[in-house]
Design a protein around this ligand. Sequence first.
Ligand code: ATP
Ligand code: MG
Length: 468
Amino acid sequence: MRHLISRLKRIPILWKLMIGATLLMFLLFSTYNFAQYLVLKHWMLNQEQEELQVMMSQIQSYLKAQSPTTKEVLKSTDVNSYMLNILGKNQMIRLYESNGNDLLQVNNDFDPRWIHATPTTTPYLQDTMHNDDHILVYRAPFMLQKETGTIEIATNLETFDHFNRTLLWVMIFGGFFAVCISAASGWAIAKQFLRPIRELTSTIKNVKEKGLQERVRNIENGDELSQLARLFNDLMSQLELSFRQQKQFVDDASHELRTPITILEGHLNLLNRWGKSNQAVLDESLTASLQEIRRLKGLVQGLLALSRAESTALTEHMELIKIESFLTEVLNRIKSLYPEFNFRMETSGANTMLRINPLHFEQILLIVIENAVKYSADQREIDIQCHEEDNFVCISIKDYGIGIPSVEIQHIFDRFYRVDRARSREIDGTGLGLAIAKNLIHYYQGEISLVSAEDEGTCVRLKFPIIK
Ligand code: ATP
Ligand code: MG
């Protein structure tokens, strides 16, 4: 039994649905048909019985009218023709004495030997069989001079049975057809219903074998299963994108790390060959190596910061900060770092509050202000403005430096991207600053944008949602 259940569980859903629909249809149809058959049969039998009873009361009234009812009267042709007149097909009317001797007998396609004469003093119905024939008998007493005779009406229910049998077969065949049709339609519906699931399964298999680019195809109808397939496609697209980005990141990072390491290796080889005896080579190579090590350190720190900015544990240590006082505080620290610069700050909306990790806020400001400083050339002025706009607080940092060519602006937030490598060579940097800032700001549902003109300067705008 358990074996059978476990085998049943393993049947494909398509078959389960089809068998389920068929069984349900079979049960419904057979119960309904069987009930209908029984009710009909019962009703028809009642009709037959009522017919016999009506006949019996007609005969009884007729005999009463002939009283006194003697054997001679019963043998008269009048009585005989009356009996023949009311006799139906497959019927017999018989009158006999209390000892069973026949007084009168008329029949139509009914053999009197099929039933025994059974005298009675009370009326009753009898349902009996003779071979294959189903016979209904109604017996009732009547007064024959001083004794009691019996009137017997019998009818062969051949037509009734024939009708019943035909009805039963019609119902069985009808039921069988209904079950076949329900099985076929159940199968077709289940097949249609399971198509997206099958597509999904085969796509998952393909993803496993061929890679993340596989998608579920042919999902034209908008039902829940197609929505599931569509959702799966979206999920796979996201997964593929983030997978590509990760790969790109690793490629870029290893490429960026390779350059300082190669330079370092070159200098160390030089030192190994000539540096031990030649003071000039020694000095030069050591200085260059130290510079590359610093660059490497900066790169590694930047990568770490970026990976932290991309992690989801950012919400830890969030605080409500008052923007103006915080900005002034940070700016004071920066001013001491770059005393040769003139920072001008203008704020409106002193009570604006932000919900952010203060370290992140400071990091974002540092990245942008450091850039403004680094790419400022001769005009050492930086304007910082802060104001409210809709539900955001906008902070803009403007410098009057070398600016960025308009074609480059779209790439400026990419990791490791630095405008014009030759130009950037003189200015230290890894190209990670703005990428880190962008990731952090996006995490707080903020925005970062940049307007710049070459040799005129750059203005970076930061937008953060305000906490009221
Ligand atoms: P670091 O990782 O040390 O910040 P970086 O400054 O080169 O290196 P980003 O801050 O991401 O990297 O900036 C990317 C590039 O955008 C810079 O190399 C620079 O060419 C350009 N850039 C950014 N800010 C400015 C600015 N204010 N003026 C001109 N160019 C800028
Ligand atoms: Mg920078």
